[in-house]
Write a protein that binds this ligand. Structure first.
Ligand SMILES: Nc1ncnc2c1ncn2[C@@H]1O[C@H](COP(=O)(O)OP(=O)(O)O)[C@@H](O)[C@H]1O
Ligand SMILES: [Mg+2]
Length: 295
């Protein structure tokens, strides 16, 4: 009996790599196996989410990673924002590339204090070409990104999720097992207040605890006269935490230094300054550490 159809032949081929596998069941099994193998030696996994983009999610992720690394922890950052990956830039790793091996595994890029980073940015040819993969292909890419990065042993993996509560963040949350919790980043405006509710509901629906809410870009202190101006209003983040019964982690003001440091590839927190912004960041980081210790 040598008259096999091509389909039968394909089914009998051993699957060694999820890209090449043509059997969906085997592929899923293989993927789960790889996820367990690659994420199995990570003690804590924390996702940073927001209802919309531009609120400072990546800034918070980069600073959290640096703060925890400065405490002597082994840190990884998974930049899962495939359309606007900016973690490499913020951690001074722009221009680096992910290296793959024959088995289809990728090693993360290592930055200062040994922070390991995986980002779509490390796979792109240049900054001008947008990622225009659609639907299933995009999901496959996200799946591979989660299953094929060999992180090794880590104390914490911080996952910078794509903005919003759609298919992409949902896939990431569902694929990463045993997530410790999510940190939600928002802005003080009423518009942001409405979207943050969606993020809380999203986390609850996927069964991941909400560590708390950070209100970023809250007020600006004029360097000339010292007066505080609430550019995007104030207090939205705190109000919403009371309404939704989640922890309020704190408020970060608008500070040009935060933006400049990100642009220069050094998370603001690494400067160890004693400015009110640094105090605000440290307060938030300490609250997150306390919450994680309790869990
Ligand atoms: N508190 C802040 N003060 C000044 N600039 C900030 C602050 N937080 C974020 N930024 C800047 O705002 C821009 C958007 O932040 P980013 O972290 O990329 O947002 P997101 O990841 O939510 O899209 C970046 O240029 C960042 O440097
Ligand atoms: Mg971002």
């Amino acid at each position: 009996m040598t008259n096999q159809t091509n389909e039968q032949k394909k089914e009998r081929e051993p699957c060694t790599n999820s890209i090449q596998c043509n059997n969906p069941e085997k592929e899923e099994q293989l993927q789960k196996q790889k996820i367990n193998e690659h994420l199995g030696k990570i003690k804590h996994k924390i996702a940073i989410i927001s209802g919309k983009g531009g609120v400072g999610k990546s800034t918070v992720t980069a600073n959290l990673a640096m703060a925890f690394a400065m405490d002597g922890n082994k840190i990884g950052v998974l930049d899962a924002d495939i359309h606007g990956p900016c973690i490499p830039k913020m951690l001074g790793l722009k221009g680096q590339k992910l290296k793959g091996d024959k088995k289809g595994e990728f090693s993360p890029v290592t930055g200062s204090l040994g922070i390991k980073v995986a980002s779509m940015d490390f796979l792109l040819e240049n900054d001008e070409t947008p990622v225009i993969w659609r639907g299933p292909l995009k999901m496959r890419l996200i799946q591979q990104f989660i299953s094929d990065i060999a992180w090794g042993e880590l104390d914490y993996l911080f996952v910078d999720l794509p903005p919003g509560t759609g298919d992409e963040p949902l896939s990431v949350m569902q694929l990463i097992p045993d997530m410790d919790g999510v940190v939600i980043v928002t802005m003080p405006s009423e518009v942001s207040e409405a979207v943050v509710k969606k993020s809380v509901t999203f986390a609850r629906q996927v069964g991941v605890p909400v560590i708390g809410i950070v209100e970023n870009m809250s007020g600006f202190v004029c360097p000339e006269c010292g007066k505080k101006i609430d550019i995007f209003k104030s207090g939205g983040g705190k109000r919403i935490t009371q309404k939704l019964d989640v922890t309020y982690l704190g408020t970060i003001p608008i500070d040009p230094k935060v933006c400049n440091d990100s642009d220069n590839g050094i998370p603001f927190i690494a400067e160890k300054s004693d400015s009110p912004t640094a105090e605000a960041f440290n307060g938030i980081i300490n609250k997150i550490k306390q919450t994680l210790k309790k869990s």
